[in-house]
Design a protein around this ligand. Structure first.
Ligand code: ADP
Ligand code: MG
Length: 543
């Protein structure tokens, strides 16, 4: 796939003449329609008077996932058929907002007696619809767009039958299979048998066979796939394989994020699935940031979503037992954990991103407060780290790659991180507090389907959005923060205990010997942890 040039650049003279035809509707041969295919729309006008209902339809090609030209079932019938599949945004039934709903336009072409000639005509239309839809969709792609999947394409679709309420396979059967077929996407269904099955498979797979690897599960299965790709000796090419995500688990944060980036209003369940299915069929591939995570003794991990310690990590793990309620498990878990709210002690340091104006409390800008007391109980010292003023921060970090490239394990070298037991460079900032309720690093917008935790995050902004909540916050105030997070309004809530910073790297050193750290919702080795963002390392089929 050529990532650098779009069809428009390659063929600047593609014409946009309107195709015109008069067909009957497949469902009712008595109804004749005039059909115009412009560069942007399929315009259908009824020529036969309509007794009821609307007589015209204008369907935008940017909402079209595919079309099909075919012969009917009766050999004696010379007609050919053309079906075009759209997923336009329609006002929701009984609630506010809009969601994508399937619209099929199906025409019967029978101008000639020769079945072959009718089929040729239907195929000409189908090609024209596909080309124009692809062009319209690229025009509406975002800035991080690198390519578009061409058709036909081959996808490996990995489904975790245990994710969420255990409903991923039935969601596949009821929604996804048909949608992919309509979009001309050939896919091979792979049902995972156990944890790390997908990771091992992706590590060994012949990736030249696949145009994309798509996972239908929660975020945990994509975590396996990304780590599997980055464990390969050809990781640099492997991680450029377009990845796709369909929400089939209970933690569908990345799916909710790409839906949000595409401009969708808050959605969950089947609505979110249809939206993500639409984005997948559209096949626009963008870069996605990946964060490398170093732990005390386990191999380095790669993360696409979040790193959490404290309240959020505990909820992640404790809410496993409410898995049967699906995505609501986080809400239940949050309420339960609020009742036993506690303080987590540790040290947090970070390297601010360029242009970050220092940590923000609520939405106010405040200077970085004074350093922590000298007798702090942390195990590793942060060299120079207490001098967190802006002039120090503006200095370039000395590169101290933690792994050399020769003979090093796969994956990109971390240029910002010294070894975990070594002091940090002087341009890092140390959080002045050591008592936290939570530390949460996010690289995409959503922490869960209904938690817009990092409203400023984008797929490929080369930044970690670091949040922490200082100890001393009341239960009521913390609950208000989580409630405000549903709409991403927590940063504007003027909560003095919430601090937010855009950073490129971070280090966290918990003081307690036991505890929980999660990466993308998965529990990892507990202890000191550090992370660095690798901007745009992977590819995701999104908007
Ligand atoms: P959920 O959002 O419901 O947690 P995930 O996709 O995160 O769904 O999957 C939960 C966990 O299940 C992950 O740790 C994943 O690696 C693991 N897993 C994947 N496939 C299977 C399987 N077939 N059986 C059991 N666990 C699996
Ligand atoms: Mg999960």
């Amino acid at each position: 796939m050529d990532e650098r040039r779009t069809d428009l650049e390659r063929f600047p003279s593609i014409s946009s003449v309107t195709l015109y035809g008069e067909f009957t509707l497949t469902g009712n041969r008595k109804v004749r329609c005039s059909v115009n295919l412009t560069e942007r729309d399929l315009v259908v006008q009824r020529l036969t008077a309509a007794p009821v209902g609307r007589s015209n339809a204008v369907l935008s090609l940017k909402d079209c996932v595919g079309c099909r030209a075919y012969r009917g079932n009766e050999p004696a019938d010379p007609a050919a058929y053309l079906s075009v599949y759209f997923y336009p945004l329609r006002r929701r039934w009984m609630s506010s907002g809009v969601s994508r709903q399937r619209v099929e336009q199906c025409f019967r072409l029978a101008a000639l007696q020769d079945p072959r000639a009718n089929l040729d005509e239907a195929e000409k239309w189908a090609r024209a619809v596909r080309e124009r839809a692809a062009r319209q969709q690229r025009l509406h792609g975002d800035g991080a767009l690198v390519s578009q999947l061409s058709r036909p394409c081959q996808m490996m679709l990995l489904v975790n039958p245990q994710s969420g309420k255990g409903q991923a396979l039935s969601l596949y059967n009821n929604h996804v299979q048909k949608m992919l077929n309509e979009a001309g996407i050939v896919h091979t269904l792979v049902i995972t048998e156990r944890q790390n099955h997908a990771r091992e498979m992706v590590r060994e797979a012949d990736l030249s066979q696949w145009d994309a690897l798509v996972i239908m599960s929660g975020d945990g299965l994509l975590f396996e796939v990304i780590n599997g790709l980055l464990e390969r000796s050809d990781w640099e090419d492997a991680i450029r394989t377009p990845l796709g995500i369909l929400p089939g688990g209970s933690g569908n944060a990345l799916a909710a994020s790409i839906h949000h980036y595409s401009g969708g209003s808050a959605a969950s369940g089947e609505e979110l699935l249809v939206s993500c299915g639409f984005l997948l069929c559209r096949g626009l591939v963008s870069r996605m940031d990946v964060v490398s995570v170093q732990l005390p003794s386990s191999p380095r991990l790669f993360s696409f979503l979040s790193l959490a310690w404290g309240f959020v990590a505990d909820v992640d793990v404790e809410s496993e037992k409410y898995r049967r309620v699906g995505a609501a498990r986080f809400t239940v878990g949050t309420l339960v954990r609020l009742a036993s709210l506690r303080v987590y002690k540790g040290r947090l340091a970070y390297l601010p991103a360029a242009g970050d104006n220092g940590p923000r409390r609520g939405h106010e800008l405040t200077p970085v407060p004074s350093p922590p007391p000298a007798d702090s109980p942390c195990r590793h010292s942060f060299h120079n780290s207490c001098h967190s003023n802006n002039s120090l921060r503006a200095r370039r970090t000395e590169s101290t790659p933690s792994r050399s490239s020769a003979g090093s394990p796969p994956g990109p070298p971390d240029s910002l991180l010294p070894p975990l037991d070594r002091p940090l460079p002087p341009d890092w900032v140390v959080a002045p507090e050591e008592d936290f309720v939570l530390v949460l690093a996010m690289y995409q917008s959503h922490l869960a389907e209904d938690l817009l935790a990092a409203p400023g995050a984008a797929l490929n902004d080369d930044a970690i959005h670091l949040f922490y909540v200082r100890a001393g916050i009341s239960r009521a105030a913390l609950l208000r923060l989580f409630l405000a997070m549903e709409k991403g309004a927590h940063l504007a809530a003027n909560c003095q205990h919430l601090v937010h910073s855009r950073v490129r790297a971070l280090r966290l050193e918990p003081h307690s010997a036991k505890g929980i750290i999660t990466v993308d919702g998965e529990v990892v080795e507990y202890g000191a942890v550090q992370a660095e963002v690798h901007g745009g390392l992977s590819r995701l089929i999104s908007g």
